[in-house]
Design a protein around this ligand. Structure first.
Ligand code: F6R
Length: 610
């Protein structure tokens, strides 16, 4: 999604802003722009396409300024082109603004501004903001006050930063529903939509909350609400390091993040298992665990890959805790007036912690009195802050747009939560200990699977030209089939469907022929024999079959074209292993097709619009 970075201080802001934008590229975007004050005059350069193109364009312009803002745009209103790229300027270019989010009532505002004689240069919703601010400044208000007044009139979401050439020593920034963080330095301050953009310069940050407007100079920071109430903000120290957000020698972030999973899973488990008691300790849930175990129902709400981990969580919680559990798309939950009460606990699962639909669903559930709990990766994110309690996944920064290590860490956290609740209910100490021991063995089993990378790459070579895939699994591995299919379509643009294997004969079997590869997730569990029957059905119709099977399963090789053999674990933890070959397969197919794996077309890392 759109990215924001801003600088004010003693240094030349241009390289700082360009490098900041490069750090934000992973979020997905289609145009980029920069706006600075040079000799107190505004200078805006923007274009469709990559930040590197913007960098080339400004190379010979000798830009030098100590105040500026820059933006990557992910188109919502208006096609990706130079006019629609940010910053947007007012008529005399004295004000320029960058904006993330959507101004929902922009059409009404635009009409009124057109009636007042304002001219528009873009098709964006964002441009109304700069003309509104212009109007309030003309009426005698300063920049911060004008931003406050403008934001009082808009509906929708925003993370924004504005500069005004007549007040050349300040950046005004505001947030509602779209993350924004202020970075504090020595005689310099920063603004960013994501800490990774400014991490090279400072670790001291202030998170803006919804409805807050910040005034940033080179050596001061203050904030007010849009209703002009002063607010005291807390300064946080970022623990993330620059190395963590670099590629570490891998050709793509996605591969690095797949390969990191033994370590990220270890980090998700670390310090949380109390082996002797066969239970877990989750600091983030201590205050709510008594109430959590008494709940009559658990709902898990999320989007995309996080929704898939929620589906696995449903199987875990119902099997071990015997609490009825439902999984909902956040986008559906938020609008259907869900029946929710204080007897429910609702988990909101989100890597970014900023997904607009998940955040809105959380607010709806909170308003209806449910216990709202977060499972987030990004520390200090909106969902993490707005839930009553929660558990961090500790997967570290995930930069590749396609989620990989965040998924496996979510599964680990869901397993830990299951164990916590189950031990308070019916699970014995011995069974709890067995489960915990199995969990502790998962990282080395992932290491063994990652050694199959070359073999999986060879399989990818054989299938890279297929135009459709079916992914089939049962029980705990049905959500893995969905996740495998999502990974493939996201980064290789190949159509893929995930199904519960038994559903195949209720429709999708009609698609099977020699051109339709079917990927079966077939570990040895209680439904193994059934899945073998499904494999036979595909084979009988000439379909090509890849199976994810257990190491000791020699028989399956007589039935399938290719097999990827992985270690065994208990049923509930199997998805943490079975998904890894599917991540690698999707990765290699996309690379072989010459596609941009880390920034697939049309996708954004953190979906902060509806
Ligand atoms: C898939 C993917 C998306 C996200 C979804 C939710 O690879 O990345 O489907 O899982 O947009 O994002 P979070 O987890 O940040 O709420």
């Amino acid at each position: 999604m759109c990215g924001i970075v801003g600088y004010i201080g003693d240094k030349n802001c241009v390289p700082i802003l360009i490098n900041g934008l490069k750090r934000l590229e992973y979020r997905g975007y289609d145009s980029a722009g920069i706006g600075i004050l040079q000799d107190k005059k505004s200078l805006v350069v923007k274009n469709k396409g990559k930040v590197s193109f913007l960098e080339d364009r400004i190379e010979n312009l000798s830009l030098n300024s100590n105040i500026g803002i820059a933006h990557t745009r992910w188109a919502t209103h208006g096609i990706p082109n130079e006019q629609n790229a940010h910053p947007h300027t007012n008529h005399d270019h004295s004000i320029f603004i960058i904006h993330n989010g959507i101004i929902e009532n922009y059409a009404v505002i635009k009409k009124s501004l057109l009636n007042q004689g304002y001219k528009f240069n873009s098709e964006t919703d964002s441009e109304v903001l700069v003309h509104m601010i212009d109007g309030f400044i003309k009426n005698g208000n300063d920049l911060q006050k004008s931003v406050q007044l403008a934001l009082n009139e808009v509906e929708g979401t925003y993370g924004l930063a504005v500069i005004y050439s007549n007040e050349p020593d300040k950046i005004v920034a505001a947030r509602k529903g779209s993350p924004l963080v202020v970075g504090l330095g020595d005689n310099e301050n920063f603004i960013a939509s994501d800490v990774s953009a400014i991490l090279a310069h400072t670790k001291q940050v202030v998170y803006l909350e919804d409805g807050e407007v910040a005034l940033i100079t080179k050596n001061s920071f203050s904030a007010k609400t849009i209703y002009d109430k002063e607010i005291q903000k807390e300064v946080h120290e970022i623990t993330m390091t620059l190395e963590e957000i670099d590629k570490g020698g891998y050709p793509h972030f996605m591969l690095k993040e797949i390969m990191e999973q033994p370590e990220t899973v270890r980090n998700s488990i670390r310090g949380r298992i109390v082996l002797d008691h066969g239970t877990v300790k989750l600091g983030g849930l201590i205050d709510v665990v008594d109430s959590l175990v008494e709940k009559k129902r658990i709902i898990i709400t999320a989007c995309g890959t996080s929704w898939h981990s929620g589906l696995v969580g449903e199987y875990m919680i119902e099997q071990f805790c015997r609490i009825p559990t439902e999984v909902e798309y956040a986008s559906e939950f938020r609008y259907r007036n869900p029946i929710v009460s204080k007897d429910d606990a609702i988990f909101f699962v989100s890597q970014s912690g900023e997904t607009a639909d998940t955040l809105a669903a959380l607010r709806e559930a909170k308003m209806k009195g449910a216990l709202v709990l977060g499972i987030c990766n990004v520390v200090g994110s909106s969902i993490a802050r707005e839930t009553n309690a929660g558990v961090y996944t500790h997967a570290g920064p995930e930069i590749g747009v396609a989620s990989t290590k965040a998924f496996t860490s979510q599964l680990v956290v869901l397993a830990l939560i299951t164990l916590l609740i189950a031990r308070r209910k019916n699970l014995s100490q011995v069974d709890g200990k067995n489960l915990a021991e199995e969990l502790l063995k998962i990282p080395e089993k992932i290491e063994a699977i990652l050694k199959l990378n070359d073999k999986i790459e060879q399989i990818a070579e054989k299938f890279k030209d297929s135009s459709n895939f079916l992914y089939l699994g049962r029980g705990y591995n049905f959500p893995v089939a969905l996740e495998g299919a999502l990974k493939l379509k996201e980064i290789s643009y190949i159509h893929a469907e995930g199904y519960p294997a038994a559903e195949m004969k209720h429709g999708p079997i009609a698609l099977i022929d020699e051109n339709m590869p079917a990927i079966f997730i077939a570990p040895k569990d209680s439904t193994y024999d059934k899945i073998i029957s499904n494999i036979q059905e595909v084979k009988a119709r000439g379909g090509k079959i890849i199976a994810i099977a257990n190491e000791d399963d020699d028989d399956i090789d007589n039935l399938v074209d290719f097999s990827i053999k992985i270690p065994q674990t208990i049923r509930m933890l199997m998805p943490i292993l079975t998904v890894i070959p599917l991540q690698l397969l999707a990765y290699h197919i996309a690379v072989k097709k010459g596609l941009n794996v880390d920034q697939p077309r049309n996708l954004a890392k953190s979906v902060t619009v509806e």
